[in-house]
Design a binder for this molecule. Structure first.
Ligand code: ATP
Length: 240
């Protein structure tokens, strides 16, 4: 689904990514873990074309993003759903209007005759929140808002989902609901996901594989159990 090969990115003499590699196969969830400031956000920005790496290549569904024009890049972005920390809902719009927003912008993805209501209702149903359709975001709890944001990310039926700290700021019970929902979404929508998280419980439950970003490179990769059993101190530091 996606291949990052040997990307490097420096700001002045600060080398943030130093030859980072990542591959995402169809249907899998890959968790990226790295210390604060290790370059996870820089990597994601390179991945979605918001930042250019200094060298290396990024292919999404076999397309090298450096060679795409703006229109092709926009079309490719409809195949990617985002659930970022900052991906807040629009406060002045109802839940329904929040979900209709991306549909209006990318209507052509489904052809001209598209039943917007059905798509909105189906996405909300799949996150268990159909009953909130006419509510305003302020009337929802933090966990519900995040589920609606996930429904909005799903509405264009992306093949890849990028999650940036999906459980941050949530209490443990609500965080677990989100993690369970991420698994459900993976099954229902047949998505492949990259998940950035510091939450070790989230990483354990949600990942098929984990990649550790250390010193600008993909320092280690494996299943949760494989990495947790490692006696390398730099790997162990993530599992304490
Ligand atoms: N536009 C920029 N200009 C200069 N330096 C930048 C820029 N963007 C990121 N950096 C630097 O790159 C480094 C990595 O930042 P990044 O935000 O990717 O870390 P992170 O792993 O996402 O951290 P966190 O877990 O805290 O979100 C930081 O030292 C940051 O200051």
């Amino acid at each position: 689904m996606l291949e990052i090969k040997n990307i490097k990115k420096a700001f002045g003499n600060k080398h943030v990514l130093n030859g980072f590699n990542l591959e995402l196969y169809e249907g899998e969830n890959v968790v990226i873990m790295g210390k604060s400031g290790s370059g996870k956000s820089v990597m994601i920005k390179c991945l979605v074309g918001l930042m250019q790496p200094d060298s290396g290549s990024i292919k999404i569904m076999d397309k090298d993003i450096a060679t795409l024009n703006q229109k092709d890049l926009d079309d490719l972005r409809t195949e990617i759903g985002f659930l970022f920390q900052g991906s807040a809902l629009y406060d002045s719009m109802t839940v329904r209007e929040n979900l209709e927003f991306p549909l209006r912008r990318h209507k052509h993805k489904f052809g001209d005759v598209v039943d917007t209501n059905q798509l909105v209702e189906e996405a909300l149903e799949n996150v268990g929140l159909l009953h909130t359709i006419e509510l305003m975001p302020a009337e929802l709890s933090g966990g519900m808002q995040r589920r609606v944001a996930l429904a909005r990310a799903l509405i264009l039926r992306p093949k890849i989902i990028l999650y940036d700290e999906p459980t941050s700021g949530l209490d443990p019970i609500t965080a677990k609901e989100i993690v369970d929902l991420m698994r459900r979404v993976q099954r229902l929508y047949q998505t492949s996901s990259i998940i950035i998280t510091h939450d070790i419980d989230c990483a354990r439950v949600v990942s098929e594989r984990i990649v550790l970003l250390v010193d600008g490179v993909d320092y280690a990769r494996g299943t949760f159990e494989e990495l947790a059993a490692s006696d390398d101190g730099k790997i162990q530091a993530f599992f304490k």
